[in-house]
Design a protein around this ligand. Sequence first.
Ligand code: KG4
Ligand code: ZN
Length: 341
Amino acid sequence: MALKPARILAIESSCDETACAILENGRALLSSVVASQMEIHARYGGVFPEVASRQHVLSITSVVEQALTQAHLTLKDIDAIAVTQGPGLAGSLVVGMNMAKGLALGSGLPLIGVNHLEGHLYSAWVYNSDERAPAEPQFPLMVLLVSGGHSELNLMTDHLTYQRLGSTLDDAAGEAFDKVARMLELGYPGGPAVQKSAEEGDPNRFKFPRAWLEGTWDFSFSGLKTSVLYEVRELQKKSGSLPVADLAASFQKAVIDVLYKKTMDAAREFGAKEVLIAGGVSANRPLRQVFKAQTEFPVHIPPLSLCTDNAAMIASAGYYRFALGHISQLDMDVLPTWPLS
Ligand code: KG4
Ligand code: ZN
């Protein structure tokens, strides 16, 4: 079915990135601006919610203006305003939501509330408008969503249609990366720091546990995290110094082994045509490599710039919502714990 053409302006402010993007027909990116607060939060070793919302207030107007300027457009050229409604930090979400409502009210454009997790999945549909369009993901699609707050496997049978197969019972994959980074004193954000350190390390030096949770499609990373902690304490007691790179590489390998095998098994079991990986952890190079190296399923992984939080992905999910008639009301509230399905 051909969907109606539309140009969406989207706003994302669910955590520590203030972002605005303009996208055509769900896929072609005209502009994407992300103001990151990473340096500010790095001082606290994680996102400080109160500081995050105030930074959003400071950045949001200029981020939206820049997105319009970079696309050489005004609000008159836009068909709908999309905004992240949740999940995320309530105080941060409210800033983007109010900006979006103001724009919709002022321009008379329709408003679309988007689920941030759905946005992450749709980042795989997006490409730069000056490049050739890559193949569109085909349904049924096995989707692995791995971010700082979520790790889940869903079967996507059509646009906006998800069957949740399993999710993490404790820590999300990104959360485990962040916590292990803290243990190894690698700094914040943890994922990229662990990946970098692991490049110099031996992934087979430490035999960390893999929680297969046979018979379910769930994940668990807290046992692995505790195991790294015990190893760190033991090593510190023995020698006082840590083989940080080997610990990082062995931990990273344990996470990737589980994510890869469970996703591939689920794709086979549920008759998926293709596989899609999204969310902040999908930026992990060895994880991308292991999926790209297999030939059983075509795999879609967003470009690095779209793996972590951005508004292009919200614009894409917003487009499909708009085209399929999901319009929100001006009195919509933020939904800080909104699940994907
Ligand atoms: O999707 P995202 O930007 O924010 C959430 O919606 O949670 O994901 C952030 C998470 C963080 O936990 C971060 O450490 C992780 O993604 N991450 C990575 C990498 N880059 C970001 N984890 C592993 N390897 C990476 N290269
Ligand atoms: Zn995210």
